[in-house]
Design a protein around this ligand. Structure first.
Ligand code: SAH
Length: 382
């Protein structure tokens, strides 16, 4: 209804009225990234007063261990200098601030060799990062390609890929007509003035369709072309320079979980820590989908992919438990809070299993800490 529409809703209605039903990835991009009215550019969504909480906001241990991970990878590669410490979507800058504190103690050489480069579209969050990270003198790059176009990259991205726009395909029982695929692609249409889902004939890209040998009616496949493009840029930069690494942490399925789910709709909206209707408040709810680590690993070739492993086992391998014990000893009044944070980050029923860590590294680089399984076979439907 026109009288209660947000400015973004008006823009979306106008574009649908002009061009017809809007693909889901376009809708997500509008809602999340519109420079004036989009979700990220207009707010700080994190924390208790916001819409969701991320791992670095749960416990300082997260950022500290990631800082030490970066330094260890850097040492294992012979301490190259200069390098870029890049973070994609740094939020409030908490991860980088915690990492830097650990690095000052354990690996000041890494800090001396590294220039901190942040990729962030939201002016609101850029301001928070500037404040929080002023002692590190960060620089902001407008695109991932810009960030990668210099010294070797030591890159971190936490909950960045889950916010990139997806396309979504559904298996239908019969082809809707001669020559048409037995798949539809999700769009947003306008019915009597209201945004409504509309599934139009459209087939998933080949490698995606091969995921499900015999897709059942109703099976859902999701593709994130923007995420794959970022992974491809990272993989290219790592392989070209032969130095550097990337650590991608996000929530999503591995192969076995995906097979068990058999092709599921993972698109969701969150608002004030509750699930919301993704069509109800365009630009005012966080929209995310499960990250497809296998697709990112494939896109990043010829870089090697390590993992993905559960966030719980990754953090434990890096020493989360002794670090928590040390923090509790140093400040007994906070012991309970420290334990609760560790539990939330690592327990399988909390963020320990659904959240996963995957590293990318140049073809001949040694295994990164915490992810020492053999590199993922580059081929295969995944
Ligand atoms: N990494 C932080 C924040 C996660 S929220 C944490 O763990 O707390 C997602 C972050 O990615 C936000 O900073 C958001 O503004 C940023 N972001 C989302 N889409 C982006 C894009 N296309 N380019 C750059 N940054 C983006």
């Amino acid at each position: 209804m026109a009288f209660c529409m947000t400015p973004l809703e008006t823009l979306i209605h106008d574009e649908i009225a002009r061009d017809g039903p809007m693909r889901l990835d376009r809708y997500m991009e509008f809602c999340l990234a519109h420079p004036e009215h989009g979700y990220y550019p207009t707010r700080d969504p994190l924390g208790a007063a916001g819409d969701f909480v991320t791992a670095p906001e749960v416990s300082q241990i997260f950022g500290e261990l990631i800082g030490l991970w970066l330094a260890q990878v850097w040492v294992d590669q012979g301490r190259p200098a200069p390098v870029r410490w890049i973070e994609l979507g740094p939020g409030r800058g908490t991860l980088a601030a915690d990492a830097a504190r650990a690095l000052r103690q354990a690996a000041p050489d890494f800090l001396a060799a590294a220039e901190l480069v942040l990729v962030e579209t939201s002016p609101a969050l850029r301001a928070r990062q500037a404040e929080r990270l002023s002692d590190l003198a960060p620089r902001w790059a407008d695109t991932v390609d810009d960030a990668l176009s210099g010294a070797p990259a030591f890159l971190v991205a936490n909950e960045f890929f889950d916010a990139l726009p997806i396309r979504q395909f559904r298996r239908v029982a019969e082809t809707p007509g001669p020559g048409l695929p037995a798949w539809t692609e999700r769009h947003v249409a306008l019915v009597e003035g209201a945004l409504t889902w509309r599934d139009l004939p459209g087939a998933p890209p080949e490698p995606l369709a091969a995921r499900l040998a015999e897709p059942a009616e109703g099976a859902v496949l999701e593709a994130c072309p923007a995420g794959e493009a970022v992974a491809a840029a990272i993989g290219r930069a790592l392989a070209e320079r032969g130095t550097g690494a990337a650590l991608l942490i996000d929530y999503g399925y591995d192969d076995a979980e995906r097979r068990a789910a058999g092709g599921r709709d993972t698109f969701q909206a969150a608002r004030r820590h509750e699930y919301a209707d993704p069509l109800a408040h365009p630009g005012e709810a966080d929209l995310t989908a499960h990250v497809d680590f296998d697709a990112l690993a494939r896109a990043a070739r010829p870089a090697n992919a390590w993992g993905a492993v559960g966030q719980g086992s990754f953090l434990r391998a890096l020493g989360a438990e002794p670090r928590a014990a040390q923090l509790a000893r140093a400040n007994p009044a906070r012991a309970e809070a420290v334990a609760a944070g560790l539990h939330r980050l690592t327990h399988p029923a909390e963020m320990g299993r659904l959240f996963k860590a995957m590293a990318l590294s140049p073809p001949n680089a040694p295994p990164p800490p915490g992810l020492t399984a053999a590199p993922k076979a580059p081929e295969g439907a995944g």
